[in-house]
Design a protein around this ligand. Structure first.
Ligand code: SAM
Length: 272
């Protein structure tokens, strides 16, 4: 499997946990019916479809992403959903968007613009550039999860590893981490800046789809953590979280009978 294929698989696998949260965010945004929107870093188009549904048949959503392979998948998904008239997908770089000024009523970026490395201001200004005056820039970023109910110490240690604190990074200036996004919006000249947090949960009874999502998440979440853990933690982690370990069934069982895990997304919304 290529790197792109496995990334694509990870987007698909995470979706059953993410989609209910995204649907609630989209409802809360109250996007005007018939409006024209842009989904920046649209990936395989999972949210572009939700957004197109929200603006209805008179509206339109353009997805832009730097990966042509993802866009092929996105077009196919739209076709299968029967809404290819209402969405279009284009290759492009969010730092230099291939659109005129004031081209859209709103711009949305989930799990992409919020994680951009480096100085956020030029990017926010670029997003605001393509939105009409009075339109919205909406940025979502995933922030935390609770995947090992009953093992808080192990989970805290795992979350303190380099892979566990992602998408944050040790050594990055505090003001460059996305929970400071309200400041970025204001510095980019946006008004009426709003922030909200939406938590989705995973709890009993687990469907087969959610079980697969959890297995994939455990695999994706803490990568190469061995060197950063104590021997004891590493042994417990291997026992509980490796796909081939019998302990993984215990984690799934906990979710299935009494555990609650969280998938948290925060979103920021500024008016241009
Ligand atoms: C974590 S994925 C999120 C995809 C989608 N928004 C979702 O939540 O399912 C990040 C996406 O951003 C795209 N991306 C990263 N940097 C980009 C850039 N500079 N311009 C356009 N797209 C970019 C990647 O190709 C990838 O599809």
């Amino acid at each position: 499997m290529t790197g792109t294929d496995s990334y694509l698989q990870s987007l698909l696998l995470a979706n059953p946990l993410q989609e209910p949260v995204f649907r609630r965010v989209v409802r809360a945004l109250n996007l005007p019916p018939g409006s024209q929107g842009l989904d920046v870093g649209c990936g395989i188009g999972l949210q572009a479809l939700l957004l197109a549904e929200a603006v209805g048949p008179d509206g339109h959503v353009t997805g832009v992403d730097m990966s042509p392979e993802f866009l092929v998948y996105a077009r196919d998904l739209a076709e299968k959903a029967g809404i290819s008239e209402q969405v279009s997908f284009l290759e492009g770089d969010m730092n230099n968007l291939p659109f005129n000024d004031d081209a859209f009523d709103w711009v949305w970026s989930a799990n992409c613009a919020g994680y951009a490395p480096g100085e956020p201001l030029p990017l926010l200004k670029e997003l605001a550039r393509v939105v009409k005056p009075g339109g919205s820039v909406i940025i979502l970023a995933w922030s935390s999860q609770q995947l090992l109910p009953g093992y808080p110490v192990l989970e805290a240690h795992l979350n303190a590893t380099s892979s566990g604190i992602a998408p944050f990074a040790e050594g990055t200036a505090p003001e460059l981490h996305f929970p400071r996004m309200m400041g970025w919006f204001r510095r980019a000249g946006m008004e009426e800046v709003t922030a909200r947090t939406f938590a989705g949960d995973v709890c009993a009874p687990l469907s087969g789809e959610i079980r697969s999502t959890l297995i994939a998440l455990l695999e994706m979440r803490w990568v190469d953590v061995g060197a950063e853990l104590s021997e004891e933690d590493w042994a417990e982690y291997q026992q509980l979280c490796m796909p081939e370990s019998p302990g993984l069934l215990r984690v799934l069982h906990v979710f299935d009978v009494s555990g609650v895990g969280e998938w948290v997304n925060a979103f920021w919304w500024g008016i241009t």
